[in-house]
Design a protein around this ligand. Sequence first.
Ligand SMILES: *[C@@H]1O[C@H](CO)[C@@H](O)[C@H](O)[C@H]1NC(C)=O
Ligand SMILES: *[C@@H]1O[C@H](CO)[C@@H](O)[C@H](O)[C@H]1NC(C)=O
Ligand SMILES: *[C@@H]1O[C@H](CO)[C@@H](O)[C@H](O)[C@H]1NC(C)=O
Length: 761
Amino acid sequence: MVKQVEFRYLWIYLSIGFLLSSTVVSEVPLGSKLSVEDNNFWVSSNGDFALGFYNSSPQSFQYSVGIHFNSNSIPANEQKVVWVAGAEIMVGNKSYFQLTQDGELILFDSLESTIAWSSKTSQLGVVSAVLHDDGNFILLNDKGDRVWQSFDSPSNTLLPGQKLPVFKTLRAQKVNSISSYYSLYMNESGQLQLRWETDVKYWTFGSVSNSNVSAVLTSNGALLLLNRNSKPIDSLFGEDHSETVKFRFLRLDTDGNLRMYSWREASASWISVWQAVDNQCNVFATCGDYGICFFNSSGLPDCMCPFKSDSATSPKCLLPYQQGCKSGSIMLSYEHTFLHGMYPVNDSVVLSSVQQCKDLCLKDPLCTAVTFTDDGSPECLFKTSRYITGYTDPSLSSISFVKKCSDPIAVDPNHPRTSPAPIPVDQSFRFCIPCLAGAASGTFITVLAIQLAVGFYIYKRRNWIWKRPALAYKDLYSKSLVAFSFMEIEELTGSFKHQIGPKMYKGMLPNRQPVAIKDVEATVAERKFRAAVSRVGSIHHKYLIKLEGYCCESIHRYLVYEYAKNGSLEKYIEDPELSKRLTWKKRLEVCLSVAKALSYLHSECREFISHGNLKCENIVLDENLDAKVSEFGLSIIHGEALSPDISAERDVEDFGKLVVALVSGCRDHRSVSEWAYNEMMVGQVEKVVDKRTKSEVSLEELNRVMRIAFWCLQGDERLRPSMGEVVKVLEGSLTVDPPPPPFCRERPLQEEESSRSGSES
Ligand SMILES: *[C@@H]1O[C@H](CO)[C@@H](O)[C@H](O)[C@H]1NC(C)=O
Ligand SMILES: *[C@@H]1O[C@H](CO)[C@@H](O)[C@H](O)[C@H]1NC(C)=O
Ligand SMILES: *[C@@H]1O[C@H](CO)[C@@H](O)[C@H](O)[C@H]1NC(C)=O
């Protein structure tokens, strides 16, 4: 008997030994390697989580490396990814992920033969790594301290026990080439915030009076805010709170909503047990700049664009209004609709009645749309942006008006097909039955309230006009061009004595104002040339050189530009002495000015205009070394109009080259780009900076600038950002992911397409 007992103990002992040894397997020794080809994984000891490559876009040969659920009880297609190395970097099918002998995690991309991401831990004495049972991948030093952990660099998901401390962010998976607009952020005062870009907070949790707060998801389905002593100070609960659920996670989804998910064994699926914003249409810009949110006949949120869209390939929802309509404008009305302008997002607010709100917009040349609301106090929300996002639903009491040019349109270059007629809003909601919780309720304002508001409104309106900031194009119609004779041009230039650039001469107007005169050598007919010049002459922007006049006489065609005292940017980059004056700050400013100018040409002027020949020679610097873009619109003058899409892409690419040149001080784009890209991706972006810049360089700014430059240089034009997005990134209000290698490779687009389904109506 005794012997038998001992034998049983021995057996138990052996099986414990076996378990221990499988725990040892989950420890990852230095030198270990995962690869796409071997399809191998590092698995947690309980088997619940695994770290390895996965196919990040199924139709392509692109992979990412990350941690996902691995439990037997979860079928493969539901094994959600909970952490990704390096902001969704995608790599080729011969890539590997390694814990090097130095103790650093590296992701090697076979397509570019570069290290696409690393944990930067080679100096921290790492001796081993382990994937914990809670899904946290940890690097340990010889004392057993955690020197790095995946929980500290969350992607879009929090697992139970994973803390989101102050300044940390969850970012929704991106749905286009630029980083996602949506983030969950723990602000310094202890408030958890869902944000769109950095401007709009559309959901918050917690008071703002605590410091050093962190958010944590508990294993029983609560989201807690913990103070510095890890005591809960605020909490919210999923609907299955305290039920036994094997797996849970909290994820910021691509639609901008934050959800808590639980694994249901019975249905073998993840179900959402809590979401931050009840009504999806109240997530700011949930339809992006692709339109207006509504609930479809199945009661699900959907997007539509009743307005003119950008083009077939990028269906951004643009308002139909164009500045400077000859036959005036009309206001289209959209009942039960709330609109937000996107760039900029901050609408001005005026108190008014419906009719006044509408008239106010009609009369103001900058206004593109208004939304009128009345929840006690009637407000007119005034928009100057052409990019619109919004929400429409029969339960909304707001009404919006959108300005439309009443000019007949023969050919609309932005929109080859006929623009969709405004959808009569009520009609599209005929089937909308389960109309939503959370939507504003109430009916239209009483006439009395409108009348009471009038007096006050007039007073406010005056103030408001007074305070409105001066805009770059305020003098849009105030100045006409001077037509010079050829003799006058000879006189102004002293018979072309001072050449300052290719076919460019310095001249002096009779009032002693210096000008730059370009011989355009165009063979275009006189009438066409005059028409083109007047079009170009009507473009005014702070960062565009002004066209002062022109000459069109027999065979002579000249353009007379504002003169910039410090000449071209090219000169400053070439000259070893002058280049020192281009400090880092100055270079950044130049990039931003040029980006703003292009953005203006592309999307904010009356009609799309490409630059067509952007390069350092065509950027000039005034007496304060402020940059202005010159020689724009020459394609109009030469009558060589490409399709807006192609020429916009070309400008974006040229902008990318310009940035690389300006940062590196080297004008040979080809020789420098690939090297610069690689330096950036291995974390040595500072090596790219022009050595002659003696000033302090901000690494954060530098990374941002170089990332966006390489997004602009993507071989696949579909991945390039718009100039508007570039401006946002340069200003720091839009984050930007590390770009894929830009060197002429086709990239798939499924991600982008899936996110837009339903948005093109
Ligand atoms: C690896 O990717 C390349 C394209 O980059 C593709 O041509 C090749 O077929 C892929 N190989 C495998 C085994 O999937
Ligand atoms: C945190 O956010 C709140 C609400 O937007 C704001 O009032 C507060 O100033 C923020 N705290 C800091 C330190 O920025
Ligand atoms: C915040 O709290 C954590 C513990 O929760 C502590 O380790 C850290 O030092 C604290 N930071 C500050 C700035 O108080």
